[in-house]
Design a protein around this ligand. Sequence first.
Ligand code: SF4
Length: 377
Amino acid sequence: MKQLNDSHPAMSCIGNFTSNELSDIMKNIGFPGYRGKQVFHALYSRNHESTFSFDSISTLPKEIRSALTERFGEDQYSLSVKDVHVSQDGTQKMLFSLLDETAVETVMIPSEMVNEEGMPKRRTLCISTQVGCALGCAFCATATLKLKRNLAPAEIVDQYMKAREICETDITNIVFMGMGEPMLNYDNVMKAVDILTNPEIGLITPKHITLSTAGIVPGIIRMADESKSIKLALSLHGTTQGQREAIMPIANKYSLKELGDALEYYYQNTRKPVTFEYILFDGFNDSMEDVMRLAKITRRFPSKVNVIPFHTIEFTAPEGISASLKPAPESTFHAFIKALREQDVTVMIRSSSGLDIDAACGQLAYSHAGGSSGVLG
Ligand code: SF4
């Protein structure tokens, strides 16, 4: 796995440090530890429209502000915005350039449901956790990029902070479902969660954060053992071992049986229901036999199923099984959901938000520039 070593430019950014770590840093450079908490508070509790500089922290003496600027530089961000695409449905896809000239995409998705003021009830940020991905799922554009490296905690936190500025709105939910497999960058993702959910700054609570995995069993066990309070989703996308192996190479390493056992263990330890993500492919996993097998899988512990329409990745010039995957027809889609509900499964339908800007589920692949896809194009 492409871990970051301490000399990587992203590792020197201030967004890598928790409140306690910033207190230790302050002590190390000769100032009282409580000054670290003031810095942490100033970094994360600012209004979402405002950018940040150490000079703007009025609670700090000038000598501390200068020491911080010297230690972390003028620009505290680990990323900068390269491009923003806005969908007709309000979804915004942001392309961020990182300090080593790699890039990631982040998507802000407003809910269709609105409040009394006519504003979306939820604004969910889909955050990337790696540059590219090693897992090679056949239906996913990110897979074509291969894995470049893990993201640092700061790069994960800063996607949130920059997205708030760009979208000029608060974010109500976070899903780690962007580029990459979060369980393969577990420590950095969990550190970012610790920073973002610190109650001192009140940005977001753990129950509004969901980590989605393609099926990394040791990561699920670790989340269970550590009783993490964020939510867990599994990208299932098949009801048999053969189906999963055909489109998700990771299934060769961790079987459906092992996954089911790990998820049951997770539920027993955390008492948190699990979400199954299920993309419906025409003639592949959309039969009534699949309905019955899926219902059986979900009955082992409290859970729900998100059924997701397949979004084309033709812009990646897919080959092999990737080229053969097609969306289930609308009539099949609705019949599948109806049959699942008749089996008493809780089913949600994931919308195709951002489809017109290739920001929908599984479509993040900035390198496919030009044509109808890449945001660089
Ligand atoms: S679906 Fe997720 S795990 Fe699979 S290749 Fe895409 S980013 Fe990686």
